[in-house]
Ligand binder design. Structure first.
Ligand code: C2O
Length: 553
């Protein structure tokens, strides 16, 4: 195994998009940022030098970080931010996972422009991929673009007590595509040759939207998701939540021509407003160009699902199964810790500093088990855990919500007795877990302020997706549908709209690990909690001390 070294200079970069120039925060003057390419077993050393005017951290999304929790990166969870002018070396070994992951900023809204692909190839000297060797590999990073400065966008959301303004464009590899104004030059192009096989490594780096992705005239065979191999799954549409990745093979077997690839949002709220046309400024496009086709040909458009197609989304999310190759990826049958966790939106009283907040309604908040997570301000959770500092957090995150609002009932507004449920508490509560315990979590969407699909991401672990469904979770009925044979492994699960998902993981990695909604707007509203995993009995199961350059507050 090798040591792979990178230097990330985080700084200002001027780019032109949507008819205007804008200064963004970027890594090594590139947007999206550099691709990291490693083999399983390699050690990655990334020196992050912050030349930007903002506090920043980098998170290696989906990396297990075995005994290296100090390198995980979420701001105020595992570290204090790297201040302007300072640096921090993230060092960790990539073991036990292969496929596509990514890295992104984990402070404020900076991940909108500070992100890149992290490719993990099979260990050198092994058999290689468990599928047809592709002729070419192609990272496809789906993102979002804002015309205004992102720090202003975040501040505005805070002042109003609402969610940030929606973005101005979706992007493929940083480019909106030619359906947007002034974007002909900013259209991603993929040149293909007839008969060749392409491995598309698709990443949803968008801040606040799940996406549908298609390529006209072509099918995909999904072979991995979230850097875990899946049984080959054929589909013509990819559904991908923020944080997730999908590896899909595409054979260039269509008539030699030009084809659009397109991504548009999957909007999971029911009772949709009238559908917009399939192609408007919510659709990002790229062009698949056959080498032998005339570049003047007009590209063929794919037929996209409607914005609100919960059925297409659920089919994709629930049909994937694991390609069971190794012993260590079998689902645990015994459960040590059972938790029932609601995820949803709620309200809190406006703070005095939220000058534009609606005083009678309150500010928007989001919660798990009716606790809206408050980020600590003096010290990261991991540092407090390691040093035994009291007062930074409490270890009493509830196993169950205090009351669970049945989403099949009428709106909470119509039932006076339920109205207090709209208000969530705010605290920094974590759940303590014994080393190597098996945790089962039922994640249940609530209907307190409408229902919606939340992409829940767990740091430090992959989990087995044992079951998922719509409505209220009913253990007896749900258990009949548990897949304990070949459930897919994920680091991010899109909990069905007005529904539930059951996940299991083994807490075999000491540290403090955040779990949160990967819609950035919901993370900042408190849709998060953290797991404090104790040390095991041996030095091999004990978290070592932080590195010497570890950023403190
Ligand atoms: Cu990709 Cu905590 O995030």
């Amino acid at each position: 195994a090798a040591v792979v070294e990178h230097t990330f200079h985080v700084g200002n970069l001027t780019v032109r998009r949507l008819c205007r120039s804008k200064v963004i925060t970027a890594v090594n003057d590139r947007y999206p940022g550099p691709t990291i390419d490693v083999h399983e077993g390699d050690t990655l050393v990334v020196n992050v030098i912050n030349d930007s005017p903002y506090n920043i951290t980098i998170h290696w999304h989906g990396i297990f970080q075995i005994l290296s929790a100090w390198a995980d990166g979420p701001n105020m969870i595992t570290q204090c931010p790297i201040r302007p002018g300072k640096s921090y070396i993230y060092k960790f070994t990539v073991t036990g996972q292969e496929g596509t992951l990514w890295w992104h900023a984990h402070a404020s809204l900076l991940r909108a422009t500070v992100y890149g692909a992290l490719l993990i190839r099979p260990r050198q000297g092994t058999q290689g991929y468990p599928f047809h060797q592709p002729d070419k590999e192609v990272p496809i990073l789906l993102g979002e673009w804002w015309n205004p400065n992102l720090v202003d966008v975040a501040n505005q959301a805070f002042l109003t007590g609402g969610t940030p303004n929606v973005s101005d464009a979706y992007t493929i590899n940083g480019k909106p595509g030619d359906l947007y104004p002034c974007s002909k030059k900013h259209t991603y192009k993929l040149e293909v040759e007839e008969g060749k096989t392409y491995l598309l490594r698709i990443i949803n780096a968008a801040l606040d939207n799940q996406l549908f992705f298609k390529i006209a005239g072509h099918h995909f065979t999904v072979v991995a998701a979230d850097a875990s191999y899946t049984k080959p799954y054929k589909t013509d549409v990819i559904v991908i939540a923020p944080g997730q990745t999908v590896d899909a093979l595409m054979v260039a077997d269509a008539a030699p021509a030009r084809y659009y690839m397109a991504a548009l949002p999957y909007i999971s709220t029911p009772n949709p407003p009238p559908p917009r046309p399939a192609f408007d400024n919510t659709t990002t496009t790229g062009i698949v160009q056959y080498k032998s086709a005339l570049p003047s040909l007009h590209p063929v458009m794919p037929t996209m699902p409607s914005f609100f197609d919960n059925a297409v989304a659920f089919r994709f999310f629930s049909k994937l199964t694991a390609l069971c190759r190794t012993e260590d990826r079998t689902v645990p049958l015994h459960v040590d810790e059972r938790m029932f966790i609601t995820v949803g939106l709620g309200l809190v009283a406006c703070q005095p500093t939220q000058s534009l907040c609606n005083q009678t309604q309150g500010a928007l908040a989001a919660s798990m088990n009716n606790v809206s997570f408050q980020f600590p301000t003096t010290m990261s959770l991991l540092e407090a855990h390691f040093k035994g500092v009291k007062g930074v957090y409490t270890a009493d995150f509830p196993h169950k919500p205090p009351v669970f609002f049945d989403f099949t009932n009428a709106s909470v507004n119509a039932v006076p007795a339920l109205q207090p449920l709209m208000f969530t508490s705010q605290a920094t509560k974590v759940k303590k877990i014994k080393y190597n315990a098996t945790v089962e979590m039922v994640l249940q969407d609530t209907a307190i302020l409408g229902i919606e699909s939340h992409p829940m991401h767990l740091h430090g672990f992959d989990f087995f997706v044992v079951a998922q469904g719509f409505g209220n979770y009913d253990q007896a009925a749900a258990e009949k549908s548990y897949n304990l044979v070949d459930p897919q492994m994920r680091n991010t699960i899109s909990v069905p709209t007005g529904g539930w998902a059951v996940i299991r993981f083994i807490a075999n990695n000491p540290g403090v690990w955040i779990m949160h909604c990967h819609l950035d707007a919901h993370l900042s509203l408190g849709l998060a909690t953290a797991f404090e995993v104790e040390n095991g009995p041996t030095p091999e199961s004990t978290l070592p001390p932080p590195p010497p350059d570890f950023p403190t507050c």
